[in-house]
Design a protein around this ligand. Sequence first.
Ligand code: RTP
Ligand code: MG
Length: 145
Amino acid sequence: QEGPGEQVERTLVLVKPDGVARGLVGEVLRRVEAKGYRLVALDLRTPTRDLLSRHYAEHEGKPFYEPLVAFMSSGPVVAAVVEGQRCVEGFRSLAGATEPTTAAPGTIRGDLGRDWGLAVQQNLVHGSDSPGSADRELALWFPSL
Ligand code: RTP
Ligand code: MG
């Protein structure tokens, strides 16, 4: 399936602490693999505030920043390096819109996300939002790769 339009990319996928706590790791990875993407690396860990401050540097100063870092460091997440044709944009499609309430049915957030009415959206997954972000985030989460 290679050709002139080949655009194999890597993206960082995180199953956030709510997804791990709710036992949805397998369901998220199932959707990633069913789409035809390949798992390159997989790790269960509780991220440090230092890693998260670099990961979420673009959101520093926003009202949801502190609650976001607190939430993301509250327990284990699954970090995955995912590879495939246009998988950066593709995983964003699988994940759906940020808000679980309005995310489309058929997406991870639309099908499985719950709106808890909290200060931060606990929306199950993260996916890099561009190939440039993916390179930056993969270097933070998987420096040896
Ligand atoms: P992500 O980076 O996690 O894939 O999500 P995203 O692009 O859809 O959302 P983004 O705007 O980058 O925000 C990062 C994460 O911050 C939390 N958030 N909560 N007002 C809120 O309650 C709010 N806004 C953002 C979410 O966890 C979001 O995924
Ligand atoms: Mg984002």
